[in-house]
Design a protein around this ligand. Structure first.
Ligand code: SF4
Length: 660
C-alpha cells in the first residue's frame, strides 16, 4: 500500500456528469500527487488554445501525496488550471482542512471541466457525487456562502463539510480572483477564481470520511515525533519582535543573510508570516511605493507594521491540518478605525506589504479591514495591491485624471481613497471595473506601462529581486510567472539541499553581491530550489516546512515511509524536475513564449535607486542567469523550451501517453 487513493474524480459541468477514474501506479511514481498529478492531467487533457474561461479549461483540486499520513506540514491543497491572467499554467495553494477532505472522499484529485448554465456547487461525501443548485449562494461573499452551506447541510452530512468557494470577484470573473476556504484563507494566484466563476461553480463541498492510506504509518509518526521534539526546544522570550525592524536594517547592509531553518520555524510559530514585514521594509526585501524606493522614515514604517502589534490582538492560533507550527491566527478587530468586522484571520505578510508600504499607507487598521474584505470577496491581495499602486502612481504623474477615476483623487498613503478604490474593484464599478483584471490590462487601457509591475501578466509577490537576484530568476523562469514561493537565494542556505541532492551546490550563506554574477553554481541553486519546491508541492507540503531545511522536515524519509519506497534524494529531486518540465511544456503547448516573461525595468534596477539598502543595484546579469537556469534544466537556453532529450530523459514522452 502507498499513500495514494489511486483514484481521481472527473466532473463535466456541461453534461452534468461525473466519472471516477483509476490512475496507474507509474503516474504516481513519476509525479506523486498534488501539483504533479495536476501537471500530468492538465498537460494531457487541456487542448492547445483552450479558452481559459471556456468549457475546455479544467479546474483541478488536489491533495498531496503525504496528506493524511501523519506527516507534519502536509495539509496544503493546490488548485490548477490554464490561467486567464497569463494564458499559460496557473496554480495557487492554500492550507486549512480542504486537502484531507479530498482524500477522505476517496480521491487524490478532482478535475472539473465544462460550464454550467446556472450556478451550482459540487457535493461529494465519499459515497455520492452530486451537482447541486447554488442559486441561493450566488452573490454571497465567500465567508457568508461557506456559513450558509454549513447551516443548510448541518445534520445532513456525516461530518461537517469542507468548502472551497468563490466570492463576488470570482463570480464577476475578475482575472485576479482566487478560491477561499475556512472563512478567510485563499488560494489567490493565477486567476483561479475567475475560472471557477466562468464554470458557474460557486463551491466544492466535501464531506467524506474514508480512511487515509499509508504504507508505514508508524514510521511516519516517528518522524513527526522527532520533528515535534525539535520544535519544542525552540523557545525564546516573548516580545522579541520589537527588534525585528532593527535586525532588517542590519541585514540590509550585510553581504550575507544568515538564515537558519530552526529560526525560520520559530518566527512562523511566534508571529506568522507577518514576522517578515518590518524586516523586509528595512532590509530591502519588501517593495515600497510601487517598488520605487525607500522613504527616509523607513524605520517609522517598520514600527507601524511590527508583528508585536498584531500579536497583541490575536485571540487564537490557527493551524492547518497536521501542522505543529500554526502560523495563522484569529484577530479581534472590533471597533478599530475603518473596520466593519469583528474578527479576521491574521493578515499574511504579502497582504500587509501590498496594502501598506507598497502604497505608503500607514494605517495597520485599514490592513485588517482590507484583509477581511478581500478574502471574503476572493480577490488576490498581491495583484490588487500592485494594481492600486500603479493607479496611484499614474494619478500622481497625471496619466490618470479625476475624470477617469470617477472623481477619486489617488495619492500615496491616502487610506480612504485606497479603501474606496478597492470597493469599486470588487463591485466592478466604473474605474474599479476597468482595473479589476490586474495591472497589465489596466495599463494597456490607460497607459503608464512603466509603472505596471507584472511578469507575463501576473503581479509579483512582495519580494524584491534587487535584494535577491535568484528570486528574480524564479519570477521569470517559473511557468506561473511572478510567484514568490518557488525559491529565494536567502532561503537556500537554510534548506541544505546539498545534503539530499548530489548536484545541488553546497549550502553556503547567501552572498548577495556574488550572486549578482551569472554562474553555473547559481544556475544549479535556482534549479535545486525549483525542483525541491515542485517535489514539496507533489507531496502537499507547506513552503514553511521546506524553509526549515531537510534536517528538520525530512521529506525524503517521510515519502519513503509513506509509499514503501527506498529512493534517495536525487531520485526525488528528479520527480520535482519532471513536474516543473511538464508545467513548462504546458505553457509551450498553449502558445506561451517563456522568453516573453520579463522583469519590469524598475525591478531590474534600471535606473538604480539613489538611496536605501538597494542603492545602486542593477541586475545586469539577469537575462544570462535565466538562460543558465534553463540550461541547467535541459531546456533551450534561448527559448526556454524543454529539449527533446530532456523530455526523454525524464520519461515525459512515455508518461504523457498513459491514458485513463
Ligand atoms: S506553517 Fe502555517 S501555512 Fe504552513 S501548514 Fe502550518 S499553519 Fe499552515
Amino acid at each position: 500500500m502507498t499513500s495514494f487513493t489511486g483514484k481521481i474524480l472527473c466532473v463535466d459541468l456541461s453534461a452534468r456528469s461525473f466519472e471516477t477514474k483509476a490512475v496507474p501506479p507509474e503516474v504516481y511514481e513519476a509525479v506523486l500527487a498534488g501539483k504533479g498529478l495536476e501537471a500530468w492531467y492538465l498537460y494531457t487533457h487541456i487542448p492547445a488554445g483552450a479558452d481559459p474561461l471556456g468549457p475546455e479549461n479544467i479546474l483541478a483540486f488536489a491533495a498531496g501525496a503525504l496528506c493524511g499520513t501523519g506527516a507534519f506540514l502536509t495539509g496544503r491543497w493546490t488548485v490548477a488550471c490554464k490561467s486567464p491572467l497569463t494564458g499559460g499554467w496557473g496554480d495557487a495553494n492554500c492550507g486549512g482542512l480542504f486537502a484531507p477532505a479530498i482524500k477522505q472522499c476517496g480521491y487524490d484529485a478532482i478535475f472539473i471541466s465544462g460550464v454550467s448554465e446556472t450556478p451550482v456547487y459540487l457535493f461529494c461525501d465519499g459515497r455520492t457525487v452530486e451537482i447541486r443548485d447554488a442559486e441561493n449562494y450566488w452573490g454571497l461573499d465567500a465567508t457568508e456562502a461557506e456559513r450558509a452551506l454549513h447551516a443548510d447541510l448541518d445534520g445532513v452530512c456525516r461530518k461537517k463539510p469542507c468548502v472551497a468557494v468563490i466570492g463576488p470577484s470570482g463570480e464577476k470573473l475578475s482575472l485576479i480572483s482566487g478560491i477561499c476556504n475556512e472563512g478567510g484563507r485563499i488560494a489567490a494566484r493565477s486567476g483561479v477564481g475567475a475560472v471557477m466563476g466562468s464554470k458557474k461553480l460557486k463551491a466544492v463541498v466535501l464531506a467524506g470520511a474514508r480512511p487515509f492510506p499509508c504504507h508505514d504509518a508508524e514510521a511516519v509518526k516517528a518522524l513527526s515525533k522527532e520533528l515535534g521534539r525539535k520544535l519544542l526546544k525552540m523557545t525564546l522570550p516573548t516580545g522579541l519582535g520589537v527588534f525585528i525592524g532593527a535586525g532588517g536594517a542590519m541585514l540590509g547592509h550585510l553581504p550575507y543573510v544568515p538564515l537558519d531553518g530552526s529560526m525560520t520555524a520559530y518566527m512562523f510559530r511566534e508571529w506568522g508570516t507577518q514576522a517578515n514585514t518590518s524586516l523586509a521594509i528595512t532590509s530591502g526585501d519588501g517593495p515600497i511605493r510601487n517598488w520605487g524606493g525607500t522613504p527616509r522614515d523607513v524605520r517609522r514604517m517598520a514600527d507601524v507594521y511590527n508583528p508585536e502589534h498584531i500579536n497583541k490582538i490575536e485571540t487564537a492560533k490557527y493551524h492547518c491540518y497536521s501542522c505543529p507550527l500554526g502560523c495563522g491566527g484569529k484577530l479581534n478587530i472590533r471597533g478599530r478605525k475603518y473596520v466593519e468586522y469583528d474578527e479576521t484571520h491574521k493578515p499574511e505578510y504579502e497582504t500587509i506589504e501590498a496594502f501598506g508600504p507598497l502604497l505608503m499607507n500607514w494605517s495597520l487598521d485599514s490592513i485588517y479591514q482590507l484583509n477581511e474584505y478581500l478574502n471574503r470577496a476572493g480577490l488576490d491581495t498581491i495583484s490588487a495591491g500592485n494594481t492600486v499602486a500603479w493607479a496611484i502612481e499614474c494619478f500622481e504623474h497625471g496619466i490618470l485624471t479625476k475624470e477617469q477615476t470617477d472623481g477619486l483623487e489617488l495619492h500615496w498613503g491616502d487610506t480612504e481613497a485606497i479603501l474606496t478604490l478597492v470597493r469599486k474593484m470588487v463591485a466592478r464599478e466604473g474605474f474599479g471595473d476597468a482595473i479589476a483584471d490586474g495591472v497589465k490590462r489596466a495599463s494597456e487601457k490607460f497607459g503608464g506601462k512603466e509603472y505596471a509591475m507584472h511578469i507575463g501578466g501576473q503581479e509579483p509577490g512582495m519580494h524584491d529581486a534587487r535584494n535577491d537576484p535568484q528570486l528574480g530568476v524564479h519570477f521569470v523562469a517559473e511557468p506561473a510567472p511572478g510567484k514568490h514561493t518557488v525559491g529565494m537565494g536567502i532561503e537556500y542556505g537554510a534548506m541544505s539541499l546539498c545534503d539530499i541532492c548530489s548536484w545541488a551546490p553546497p549550502a553556503t550563506m547567501h552572498g548577495k553581491d556574488k550572486d549578482l554574477e551569472d554562474s553555473e553554481r547559481m544556475a544549479y541553486i535556482t534549479k535545486a530550489n525549483a525542483c525541491y519546491t515542485m517535489l514539496v508541492d507533489g507531496a502537499g507540503g507547506c513552503y514553511y516546512g521546506q524553509m526549515m531545511g531537510v534536517h528538520m522536515w525530512k521529506l525524503v524519509d517521510y515519502l519513503n515511509a509513506a509509499e514503501g519506497w527506498d529512493y534517495d534524494g536525487d531520485h526525488y529531486m528528479e520527480i520535482g524536475e519532471r513536474i516543473q518540465t511538464l508545467r513548462q511544456l504546458f505553457n509551450v503547448r498553449q502558445g506561451v513564449d517563456p522568453a516573453s516573461f520579463k522583469l519590469p525595468k524598475r525591478m531590474l534596477g534600471e535606473p538604480p535607486l539613489p538611496s536605501g539598502p538597494l542603492k545602486g543595484v542593477t541586475l545586469s546579469q539577469h537575462r544570462e542567469q535565466v538562460s543558465s537556469h534553463w540550461r541547467a534544466f535541459g531546456w533551450d537556453d534561448q527559448t526556454g523550451v524543454p529539449l527533446p532529450e530532456t523530455v526523454r530523459r525524464l520519461g515525459i514522452d512515455k508518461l504523457t501517453e498513459v491514458e485513463i
